[in-house]
Design a protein around this ligand. Sequence first.
Ligand code: GDP
Length: 366
Amino acid sequence: GFKCGIVGLPNVGKSTLFNALTRTAAAQAANYPFCTIEPNTGEVAVPDARLTKIAEIAGSKEIVPTRISFVDIAGLVRGASKGEGLGNQFLANIREVDAIVHVLRCFEDDDITHVEGRVDPVADAATVDTELMLADLESLERRIVQMRKRATGKDKEAMAVLPVMERALALLQEGKPVRLMVPELDEEGRRILRSLNLLTSKPVLYVCNVAEEDAASGNEHTAAVEKMAAEQGAKTVVISAAIEAEVAQLPDEEAREYLEAMGLEEPGLNRLIHAGYALLDLITFFTAGPKEARAWTVKRGAKAPQAAGEIHTDFERGFIRAQTIAYDDYVRLGGETAAREAGKARDEGKDYVVQDGDVMLFKFNV
Ligand code: GDP
């Protein structure tokens, strides 16, 4: 599965947020298995109104949402790259995630110690980024020596990898995260960069954790974070971990009333999950029948056989074709049969690039 790692300095609200995420998931788990893979990893359902609509039309008995994982990565402190705090363990945990959700403290509370002694989320973001950049710098400097030698010796692979490494190294030496070079790279360059597995090459989303009263409007700290994020081309989600922790424990109706009183339309967690999903560059396709309507996840750009493989490896191996109906056609026409009659059920082959919202039915050899 796809994983977002929750990082941030101590006492910014990571665990509160993580617990709210997993508790909400547990509470909604009636129809699908919720699992805590490890104590600090939780799978959460991705809320999707389209799935409910499809289930209605198909008369499905069960609804099975797609899921992504969040990992609570504790232990980052100033000096982590030099082994302070949980140091190496922390860095190893970050290496395993696909994207980073960076929680920043944007609430004032004299009772909750701030490790740096003042609330300044932009400075906190820099502290965390610095540790990650130092770790990347050290790892790249170590590896690049060998790569330069091999490239001089006309080693094909090294000649392809080295320019990406050199550019990454130059950025780190300027004190900038490697993710800033991603927009310059083509598909192959991105593949090479991913293979280097650098911490600061992963996509980042900033989460501003605010006090209850600022949840709807934000505050001066969130404004500062939004400005910083925009400069990096990153997204920001403003959330109150305290509200989310509360909402996660309430029955649906009470939760709705509570959110309304706070000036919110939906739980912030939904926004967070959706932002995480987008950050991972994932899209959703659906399968629908009388038994169940189900949402599935693939990386954007995946082809039909890969989508089939999400359901079962045999489906990918024996893939013949996929009957594909665009979500809008499925809903507008009122389901599979009607879509087929209207000529809106396409037979797609192995080179078809799956589109977000496709309702698919796979034909395969066993
Ligand atoms: P972590 O170290 O980043 O995982 O932070 P925690 O989630 O353990 O939170 C640290 C402390 O801050 C706990 O006592 C939380 O109850 C408190 N806290 C978390 N979010 C908020 C918030 O939005 N407002 C206030 N006032 N306190 C919060």
